[in-house]
Each structure stands twice: as structure tokens, then as C-alpha cells.
Design a protein around this ligand. Structure first.
Ligand code: UD1
Length: 432
């Protein structure tokens, strides 16, 4: 299994090109199931999760071809993928495929909307809390589907005339629930309204693509989304938006090590809350024509409290990275996690590097230390793994991060992007 070796203590200087957003790419790819015409997605990141989803969609009969341009020496560019669901050959998404990635469960919505039935295994993905799908199922039921759980599978059937427009009121903000409701409602008969919808940029990106496919959607990006169902959708071409979580991750890495890095292609408005927090912690953040420049020269890191919240609040997907930064801050920081229970698995691994962190219910209290020291650590989920890399970049000596397959699920060419900016980071392949 691959491991990553980091020798800490070097500042980051240079340019990092920000990839297309994983969390936008996945629902966009799944939306291809809604039409028999081709959906062309540009700027798709090269990630294990994207490849897994290509396999899952292929199982339903989606033809795909990848037009990826290999990365040049200086830049990493996104790939262009054509997806065409001319004929759906199978409405079952089996356990072996769905268990690798939670988001693949969302395929239930377009299968149900287009084919009137879907049989999808309950999901897997990162082990952060229980992550149920009850809200997604309720949304489908509101649209008229009959849903049963049979032997670990969600079996959904539309009424004989197809799904019917309805009011869907989420009791909790859910990104996946909003994606699912959107994809089911676009082909339903009549008007649907999603209340308490997620406002995340990835929802806006999905709605923009669906609109180009002929869907009628109003209000994406607000808490109320209105969808007027149409009989058929067409193909289109859509570029995936830049990854705000990757952007925030590298911004925190620079704040941690010091230095000056241009995050090329980043869109600051997608993570303004996190950038404000980063500035309060001592980094300088400037918007440029090319993206975002993050620097910390001279000034130390100051402790800042954060609470994770749905967009536009501080994202839970940056919580672990911010905690890594706070391990070396002056003072004490309280980091409260309100989105997922049990999303603190990185705490004990950060402690192996010398961090002082204690848990207090849904909060972690981080007492900043002068120095971290390299050690062997283990990656436990996608965002937690990268927090270990960030800490390692500022630790004295060598850190070996084990189980890096989590990183490959969500960070395109991480070692390359960081080493181009002066980090000492390399992958040690030991075969499989
Ligand atoms: C998505 C993101 C993930 C991010 C999360 C929150 C993708 C591929 N993943 O995950 O990176 O951390 O949004 O921003 O885009 N919940 C229920 N019942 C449900 C569904 C969700 O109780 O049926 C709960 C979850 O357990 C969690 C909260 O709602 O506590 C938010 O989860 P949700 O927004 O649905 O997360 P995902 O869409 O799975």
C-alpha cells in the first residue's frame, strides 16, 4: 500500500493550479443518466472517486470516453469526459461498487426519474459518523416513489405515471439530499419546491448544468429551489467549477509553512468564510486576476475559534486542515464540528506529531505548540489525511503518512503540486 513521506520545515513558494471540484464532478457525472444524449464535462479532476463513478455508471450502460490532456510539466489540467446514457441496461447499483463511495448512492434519483425504478445499495465512503440516507429517501417518497429497504438495498419505484412534483422540506441541510431531490424533480410531472435546500456552490453548479440540459430551475444557491418538471432533457457541455476545498487546503498549507503561493484558477467567493478565518489567523490573502494569492511571511499563526456550518459558513471539509494549522498557533483555539458527529479521527494522529488537542463533546480544543515532530501516522478519511500532510509540512524531521488511498480519492496530484512549491514530499510505493 502506498505511503507518503514528508520532510517538514520548508516554506511553500510558487504556483498551484486548482483542479475541478470533486464534489461538483460527482453529481454532474450522475446527471448524465437523466438523458440519452451526451453530456460533456470539462475540467474533471483525475481522482480515484471519479474513476470509481465512471465504473458505476458504466454498469448502468453509460458510455464514456476520456479526452484527458496529460498534465504538462508546469501545469496540471483537467480532463474532458463524454458520458452518454443512450440505453440504461441495468437499474441496480450493486454493493461492490456503491460501497467504495457514498456519493454514488445519488444515482438512485436519475434512475428513478428516467426509468421509474432503481435498486441501489446503501452507501459506503468515508467513515465519518453514521451518515444516513433517510432524508434522501423521504424526498423521493414526497415525489411519489415507493421505497423499501431490502437486504441492504434501497428499492425505489415511481408510480405508473412517473414521479409527481411536490413540496420537499428538509429537516436538516443536506447537500446529497438537495442533489437527489433536484435530479428526481427535473423530470417529474409538475412543480416541485425544495425548502431548506443546501446552498453549496456544488448545488449551484449541478443546477446550472441541468438548466443547460433543458431543466427549469429557479433559486439554486438560496434555501428555496423551485423546479418545473419537463418531459425530456438534452445533452450539453459544462465545465466543472474549481475545487473550493482543495483551494482552502493549500491556503492552509501555506499559512502553516509560511511562504507565498498563487492558487491559480481558484474562486475566492466560493470560500470567503474560510479565507476570512485564515486572515484572522495571520495569513495574507489577495485576489488576483489569475486566482488567489496566499502568503505568510514573518508573522506567526494566531489561534482562532471556528464552527463548521453549511455554506456559506466554515466548511466541515476544511475542519481537519484548519485544526492542523491551529496546532502551531499562538494560543488556544476551539474548533466546533456541527455537521458530522465523530469527525475528529485526525485528533489522535495529530497528537502523534506532538499536537496538544483535547475533545469536549462536539468541539476540539487545540493548545498551540512551538514545534511538531515527524512521526508515522495513519490517514483515516479523505480530509483528515490531508490535515496530516499539512501538519507534516511544518513538523521537524520525517513523517510517513500511511493509507494514502484516501488522498487519491480527493486530491489530484497532491505530492506533485506541493513539491513544485518546494515541499519535500514523495510517495513510497510498496506494491499492492
Ligand atoms: C457532502 C460532501 C461532503 C461534505 C458534506 C457536508 C460530496 C460528495 N460530499 O456530503 O464532502 O462534507 O456534503 O458539506 O459532495 N444527513 C442525514 N440524513 C440524510 C442525509 C444527511 O441525517 O439522509 C446528515 C448527515 O449525516 C450530516 C448532514 O446531514 O450530518 C449533512 O450531510 P450531507 O450534506 O448530506 O452530506 P453529503 O451530501 O453526504
Amino acid at each position: 500500500m502506498d505511503r507518503i513521506c514528508v520532510v517538514g520545515g520548508r516554506p511553500l513558494n510558487g504556483t498551484i493550479r486548482i483542479s475541478g471540484a470533486k464534489n461538483a464532478a460527482l453529481p454532474l457525472m450522475i446527471a448524465s443518466v437523466l438523458t440519452d444524449e451526451a453530456l460533456t464535462l470539462e475540467n474533471l479532476p483525475r481522482l480515484a472517486d471519479v474513476s470509481s463513478l465512471v465504473r458505476i455508471l458504466g454498469n448502468h450502460g453509460v458510455d464514456y470516453s476520456i479526452q484527458g490532456k496529460r498534465a504538462g510539466e508546469e501545469a496540471v489540467t483537467g480532463q474532458t469526459v463524454h458520458l452518454q446514457a443512450g440505453h440504461i441496461v441495468d437499474t441496480t447499483a450493486p454493493y461492490e461498487l456503491v460501497s467504495t463511495m457514498r456519493a454514488s448512492f445519488w444515482v438512485v434519483a436519475p434512475l428513478l426519474a428516467r426509468m421509474g425504478e432503481a435498486r441501489v445499495s446503501l452507501p459506503g465512503g468515508c467513515a465519518i459518523g453514521t451518515r444516513p440516507v433517510d432524508l434522501l429517501i423521504t424526498a423521493l417518497e414526497r415525489l411519489g416513489a415507493k421505497v423499501d429497504i431490502e437486504a441492504g438495498y434501497v428499492v425505489a419505484k415511481a408510480p405508473s405515471g412517473g414521479l409527481k412534483g411536490a413540496e420537499i422540506d428538509f429537516s436538516k441541510v443536506t447537500v446529497g439530499g438537495t442533489h437527489t431531490a433536484l435530479m428526481a424533480a427535473v423530470l417529474a410531472d409538475g412543480t416541485s419546491v425544495i425548502h431548506n435546500a443546501a446552498r453549496e456552490p456544488e448545488v449551484v453548479d449541478l443546477a446550472a448544468c441541468l438548466t443547460k440540459m433543458g431543466a427549469r430551475i429557479k433559486g439554486a444557491g438560496t434555501a428555496t429551489i423551485e423546479i418545473e418538471g419537463v418531459a425530456k432533457l438534452n445533452g450539453t457541455r459544462h465545465a466543472v467549477l474549481p475545487d473550493r476545498i482543495e483551494t482552502g487546503t493549500y491556503a492552509m498549507a501555506v499559512a502553516m509553512t509560511g511562504g507565498d503561493v498563487l492558487l491559480q484558477g481558484a474562486r475566492p467567493e466560493l470560500l470567503q468564510g474560510a479565507l476570512d478565518t485564515l486572515q484572522a489567523a495571520g495569513a495574507t490573502v489577495t485576489t488576483t486576476e489569475e486566482g488567489l494569492r496566499v502568503a505568510r511571511n514573518g508573522a506567526g499563526i494566531t489561534a482562532v475559534d471556528v464552527t463548521t456550518e453549511p455554506f456559506p459558513g466554515f466548511p466541515t471539509d476544511l475542519q481537519a486542515q484548519f485544526m492542523a494549522l491551529m496546532t502551531k498557533a499562538r494560543g488556544t483555539s476551539r474548533i466546533t464540528e456541527t455537521i458530522f458527529e465523530n469527525r475528529f479521527m485526525h485528533v489522535q494522529e495529530l497528537a502523534r506529531l506532538g499536537a496538544h488537542i483535547r475533545l469536549d463533546g462536539d468541539a476540539a480544543i487545540v493548545d498551540g505548540v512551538e514545534t511538531l515532530k515527524g512521526a508515522p501516522v495513519m490517514a483515516t478519511d479523505l480530509r483528515a489525511s490531508v490535515s496530516l500532510v499539512i501538519a507534516a509540512l511544518a513538523a521537524e524531521g520525517e513523517t510517513i503518512v500511511n493509507r494514502v488511498y484516501h488522498l487519491d480519492r480527493g486530491f489530484e496530484q497532491l505530492e506533485r503540486k506541493l513539491s513544485q512549491c518546494g515541499a519535500s514530499i514523495e510517495r513510497l510505493s510498496t506494491g499492492h
